[in-house]
Design a protein around this ligand. Structure first.
Ligand code: AMP
Length: 215
């Protein structure tokens, strides 16, 4: 059976979540988005949510032990190919993931780096709006809703993510460069890294990723 397990890597706002959603749906893969899982936990007030909330508000990373426990749970009963969106984010998480995947005989096919410069990230995140009801994601500059800040899917008033404010955006970018960008070398050394230009039209980026997936 073909191996279809992937990691989507890149700065916040690179389009990892958007692309993971499209590609997972189209090709029958499971999307595992740690950011979405944590936001849901915060919303529901679970133990995990209470632990994660402060870190997320500050734009910092939730501790590795918690994240590794969460991902182990997510991969426990996996029976098809998967896309990890937003995990790993530190070398320690990547090492833990390697161990876990080795134990489960689930090798990665590729790590896709969505490459977007910082200036563009700041512009994108400032214009990002999300639907608090159905989770749909919009961008007022590139992918606006049909009616002024109202969700096309369910008609709910769109909101900004709490961490999409200028101060937290800057902190998240710093954290990305300090703690997550070292994963580029980590996966390059393993021969898994494939860089995709994340600045074009969403459909072009999807095509570029599909070329990697089915290579
Ligand atoms: P995201 O939606 O991927 O931008 O994630 C939002 C926030 O959730 C991040 O800024 C972190 O606070 C937290 N988070 C998500 N994934 C991870 C991870 N793999 N490690 C640590 N923190 C994470």
């Amino acid at each position: 059976m073909a191996i279809l397990n992937f990691v989507f890597l890149g700065p916040p706002g690179a389009g990892k979540g958007t692309q993971a959603e499209i590609i997972a749906k189209k090709h029958g893969l499971v999307k595992i988005s740690t950011g979405d899982i944590l936001r849901e936990a915060v919303k529901n007030g679970t133990e995990l949510g209470k632990l994660a909330d402060g870190y997320m508000k500050r734009g910092e990373l939730v501790p590795d032990e918690i994240m590794l426990g969460l991902i182990e749970e997510q991969l426990a009963n996996i029976d098809k190919g998967f896309i990890l969106d937003g995990f790993p984010r530190t070398v320690k998480q990547a090492e833990g993931l390697d161990e876990l995947l080795q134990k489960k005989h689930l090798p990665l096919k590729a790590v896709i780096l969505l490459d977007v410069p910082d200036e563009e990230i700041i512009k994108r995140l400032s214009a990002r709006r999300v639907c608090p009801n159905c989770g749909a994601v919009y961008n007022l500059l590139y992918n606006p809703p049909k009616n002024d800040e109202i969700c096309d899917v369910c008609g709910t008033k769109l909101v900004q993510r709490k961490d999409d404010n200028p101060e937290t955006i800057k902190r998240r970018l710093d954290v990305y460069h300090e703690q997550t960008a070292p994963l580029i070398d980590y996966y390059q050394a393993k021969g898994l890294l494939v860089k995709v230009d994340g600045t074009g039209k969403p459909e072009q980026i999807t095509e570029a990723i599909e070329e990697v997936i089915f290579k």
